[in-house]
Design a protein around this ligand. Structure first.
Ligand code: ADP
Ligand code: FBP
Length: 299
């Protein structure tokens, strides 16, 4: 069974306008809402690819209820811990000729709620896959992902971590199966600006030296680089199309890679991940199976 954990689910409120004028009233030419947060996005795209997962994490208030109902309507199995106070986030994504995002902090997660999540994670069995994805609310310490992996380390569970900075660096010693920072996040972790593919590979290998098995570096419109667990480097192709909304492209890539590695080798996993990422970038919402297949055939 595949489990995703989203500590900080969100409703993604996407608005389009020609130009964003700060300090003025702006009127949107398009608006849409999507149920998101990184782990949830991974569950949605896995579902498109025919892989059932259970979405875990925390929800709160009326927005949390809407997220739970939305996932149920999509046929996604979820088992969130309901927080007593606050509301799940509404993340604002403003599309002009560039993308501006305002991601909320998220509700407070207290010790009882955290213990409830740990109780659910304790039920994972050998052979299960656990995908930890996204930021954590400020109320939690930055070693929370590390604590989860430490707790699971005596079981044979395949782990995927899509996070940044310390949240990611702290887990590497538990040898996650896959990590997927983007090229900017990779540079940020080492305090450097990465401009060439050789530099990106060099720093991806540093993450592997710290313990990660497969290091997948996404590079938006420039595709992705994978250093696989056998030490081989793969450079993806690039999908061609018109970008509509790249929110969730990284999560889609994670879902595609996980689905692909269950079916074939790492070269295929990278292709499916690339197609899924591109399919989301070229759609108003997340990737559909149809769009992923269309792009996969071009790679
Ligand atoms: N504009 C684009 N054109 C083609 N593919 C894209 C585009 N944006 C994203 N993708 C695909 O989706 C993957 C993940 O996107 P990226 O923006 O790097 O992730 P994140 O959202 O985590 O920053 C990329 O590696 C690429 O394969
Ligand atoms: O948990 P974070 O880092 O605040 O990110 C949450 C946001 O990331 C997303 O999951 C999209 O992530 P990506 O664009 O990196 O795939 C949105 O759905 C959500 O609003």
């Amino acid at each position: 069974m595949v489990y995703t954990v989203t500590f900080n689910p969100a409703i993604d409120y996407v608005v389009r306008m020609e130009k964003l004028k700060t300090g003025e009233v702006n009127r949107a030419s398009y608006e849409e809402m999507f149920f998101g947060g990184k782990g949830i996005n991974v569950s949605i795209v896995l579902n498109e690819l025919g892989i059932k997962s259970k979405a875990l994490g925390f929800t709160a208030g009326f927005t949390g209820e809407a997220i739970e109902n939305g996932l149920m309507a999509m046929g996604i199995d979820a088992d969130f811990v309901r927080l007593e106070k606050g509301n799940s986030r509404i993340n604002v994504k403003i599309k002009t000729n560039e993308e501006t995002e305002i991601n909320g902090q998220g509700p407070h997660i207290d010790e009882n709620a955290l213990a409830a999540l740990f109780g659910k994670l304790d039920k994972l069995k050998d052979g299960d896959t656990l995908i930890l994805a996204g930021s954590i609310p400020n109320s939690l310490p930055s070693d929370i992902y590390e604590k989860i992996l430490q707790r699971l380390s005596c079981r044979n569970i395949m782990t995927v971590v899509d996070a940044t900075k310390d949240l990611l660096l702290n887990v590497l010693k538990y040898e996650p199966f896959l990590i997927k920072p983007n090229n900017h996040e990779l540079g940020e972790m080492f305090g450097v600006k990465l401009t060439t593919i050789d530099e990106i590979e060099k720093y991806a290998r540093k993450l592997q030296e710290k313990g990660a098995k497969n290091v997948l570096i996404s590079m938006a419109g420039d595709g992705a680089l994978l250093v696989d667990e056998n030490g081989e480097t793969h450079i993806s192709g690039v999908c061609k199309g018109t970008v509509k909304n790249s929110v969730g492209a990284g999560d889609s890539m994670v879902a595609g890679f996980v689905a692909g590695s269950a079916e074939g080798d790492y070269e295929y996993a990278l292709k499916l991940g690339t197609a899924a990422g591109g399919a989301t970038a070229f759609s108003d919402g997340l990737a559909t199976k149809e769009k992923i297949t269309e792009l996969l055939n071009t790679l």
